[in-house]
Design a protein around this ligand. Structure first.
Ligand SMILES: [Fe+2]
Length: 330
């Protein structure tokens, strides 16, 4: 009797699985949904940012239904460079983010490194507050492999941040350092080779764009920062069949482009007048299509403004929500 029941249950499982595959449901269920929060630059020096944008961001992310698989803060997170209370700002920031319902992660930006070089805090403090073991790391979510890279590392060799406060050095391959960067390169090459899943990259620096992509970019020209042919660009292109998106911050403006087979996204900054905007991303691993939903929703493409835009194929999000029984857009 028991054996008959087991056979019946197994038959039912196979039947339902086959039905779902034929109906296209399996593909939809594998779609990933995550949130990226662009440069927050949260600091106690400007109380409105700590008490305004970050709590608002947390509150609005927590209202998303369905919830994102994770939330990524993509660098230049908390504490102004000149702020002697940078460590306290970081702790306050993380305390707020602990209220997120979804797990959250951090990508390191240049302003994390600069604070160390100005002795506002130590690397140990940054690692402890943001729960990092290393400046780069990876993890798996469903059918995806998430790689988080340190894009500022090439800017500084021994001190890692030792050039902060001075003019930024021109990077050329012969100037790109040394042990830390080499260690990251070796790790990344091994890590991306070892996975069979689709890969999503997070890196603070704008690897995928050139200065002429937007005349309103902040900071120095990208080609000086990471010249064409740099390690990251070459490795992304060599793995274009696996990589379904490279997400970047730093430039504070939203933009995307496909270059040499790799799709790069610039995420708008979430500090100050942005009012705490963020991007919700949906990627279908089978179709390799995506949709970026801006919160608040905006579709205008004036490059002058720092507004996060919604773009891509909205059917990816709608199908995902439909399968989860959600009818409203958040
Ligand atoms: Fe930055």
């Amino acid at each position: 009797m028991l054996m008959k029941t087991i056979i019946k249950i197994n038959f039912l499982t196979v039947f339902l699985l086959a039905f779902n595959v034929l109906a296209g449901n399996v593909t939809s269920h594998k779609t990933i949904n995550f949130v990226i929060v662009g440069d927050t630059h949260s600091t106690g020096n400007i109380p409105a940012i700590v008490t305004g944008n970050v709590p608002a961001i947390v509150k609005r992310i927590n209202k998303l239904d369905p919830q994102p698989a994770f939330v990524m803060f993509i660098g230049d997170i908390a504490g102004a460079d000149s702020d002697p209370n940078a460590y306290k700002d970081m702790v306050a920031f993380e305390k707020l983010c602990k209220n997120l319902r979804a797990p959250h992660y951090y990508t390191l930006g240049n302003h994390e490194a600069i604070k160390v070089s100005l002795k506002r805090c130590s690397w140990q403090q940054i690692f402890k507050v943001y729960n990092l073991k290393e400046r780069w790391y990876s993890f798996d979510v469903g059918d995806f492999h998430i790689c988080v890279l340190d894009g500022f590392i090439g800017m500084n060799s021994k001190g890692y941040g030792s050039n902060a406060g001075k003019a930024m050095p021109v990077l050329d391959p012969s100037n790109i350092p040394t042990s830390l960067f080499k260690r990251q390169q070796e790790w990344f090459l091994t890590d991306i080779k070892s996975t069979n899943k689709k890969v999503i990259i997070f890196i603070h620096q704008a690897i995928g764009f050139y200065q002429h992509d937007n005349q309103y970019w902040i900071d120095i020209a990208n080609w000086k920062f990471w010249p064409p042919g740099n390690f990251f660009e070459k490795t992304f292109e060599a793995n274009r069949d696996k990589i379904v998106g490279v997400f970047e911050g730093h430039k504070h403006h939203a933009l995307w482009k496909k270059r040499n087979g790799v799709v790069y996204h610039q995420i708008g900054a979430s500090f100050g007048q942005s009012g705490g905007q963020f991007a919700q991303v949906f990627i279908d691993p089978c179709l390799e299509t995506f949709y970026v939903q801006a919160h608040p929703h905006a579709t205008h493409h004036n490059k002058k403004f720092r507004v996060q835009q919604s773009y891509g194929d909205p059917a990816i999000m709608k199908n995902f929500q439909k399968k989860k029984g959600i009818n409203n857009e958040n």
